[in-house]
Design a binder for this molecule. Structure first.
Ligand code: SF4
Ligand code: SF4
Length: 144
């Protein structure tokens, strides 16, 4: 036999249902907010995970040392890193590609990077006509 909880009901109607209906009613009479995109842009939340960026140091060099950790940790397997060394022994990514169409924007690459060399920006505006256009290379990612 069901036990009636009086604190969870209002005149016999379950309180969560009343709250839900009240919210629906309030929203129904609220003026809708419409952004006239792309003229009007909505500011994404600070924690928004958008397009990747390869960060640079104060000398303007890529911070990435091509260790491959982001490539290894990526659950969607969309990062390709190929390392090279300068004559003075500094490692850098000769090739760094992110296949953005398959990326799930989890942010693991950013978290795994030991050099703070990659980040997900708040940029959500990227488009193209072919898949290849979404294979973003090192130089494009450095300019994001
Ligand atoms: S955000 Fe996630 S899925 Fe996308 S490249 Fe980074 S680790 Fe891979
Ligand atoms: S971005 Fe960071 S984790 Fe990825 S290869 Fe470069 S240094 Fe390593």
């Amino acid at each position: 036999m069901p036990v009636e909880n009086k604190r969870l009901s209002l005149f016999g109607v379950p309180l969560p249902l009343v709250k839900g209906l009240a919210f629906t009613l309030k929203t129904f009479f609220t003026k809708p907010i419409t952004y006239q995109y792309p003229e009007q842009k909505r500011e994404p939340a600070a924690r928004w995970r958008g397009l990747h960026r390869l960060k640079k140091d104060e000398k303007g060099l890529l911070k990435c040392v091509a260790c491959g950790l982001c490539e290894a940790v990526c659950p969607a397997n969309v990062i390709t890193v190929e390392a090279k060394e300068t004559p003075d022994g500094r490692r850098f990514p000769d090739r760094f590609v992110v296949e953005v169409t398959r990326c799930i924007f989890c942010g693991y690459c950013q978290e795994a990077c030991p050099k703070d060399a990659i980040e997900l920006t708040t940029n959500y505006e990227f488009c193209g006509y072919t898949r290849e256009e979404f294979h973003l290379g090192r130089d494009v990612l450095a300019k994001t």
